[in-house]
Design a binder for this molecule. Sequence first.
Ligand code: IPE
Ligand code: IPE
Ligand code: MG
Length: 237
Amino acid sequence: MHTTAKSLRHLAIIMDGNGRWAERRGLPRIEGHRAGVQAVRRTIEQCRELEIPHLTLYAFSSENWQRPAAEVSQLMRLLRRFLKERKKDLHKHRIRLKTIGEIERLPREVREDLQAAVAASREYDRGTLILALSYGSRNEIVRAARQFAEKVKSGQADPSELNEETLAAGLDTAGIPDPDLVIRTSGEIRLSNFLLWQASYAELWFTDTLWPDFGKRELTEAVEDFNRRHRRYGKRG
Ligand code: IPE
Ligand code: IPE
Ligand code: MG
């Protein structure tokens, strides 16, 4: 049977388990992150095949800054290499790159590479790849609230104008539809500060598979499972 993802406009993935994948093989954690990049490549390709318009990947959380400096810098290096290696492909398939999170906290070289890649793909419209980097949902909501408060302070807005729509317009995800499906790998059943506002009505899908082992068969399974679900949004079914 040919799988399609007709009502799946936005897939978001918490890519977890790289470290454990490496540890189980007696390898340094960085090897797990490297293998994780291959899983990212496969996933982007499959989302294109399935015609899923928006894909968000949780690549680095606000809390991940608390990891050892060596691991953080290895991850930053991998990110730069990923951008360099995927550049042609994103261009070829006209995929727009966006980021969410506190990008200004990233090292300057990484930030510059990212900004260049985002700018170069601005006009593309066949799909959107959103990288969550230095991203934390609570921090994002606080920044949006602060932005609105500044507008009130300067007389550009009135407190009564703050509602779900105007708050969402200040989030990093402004203009991107809410995720329909959130997948987390590695057996952890939690959101870890990911898209808390946006995933209010997302379908959740968990697997024990470690991120580097996540492949096409499993994504197909998740999408087929999603296709069978009934989304009621609080209404009668
Ligand atoms: C996910 O893998 C990648 C990042 C969080 C950057 P982990 O590095 O969290 O892997 P585990 O959870 O330790 O196995
Ligand atoms: C969540 O994974 C963040 C990313 C996948 C980037 P973590 O490994 O950081 O989450 P916790 O610590 O298990 O909650
Ligand atoms: Mg983890």
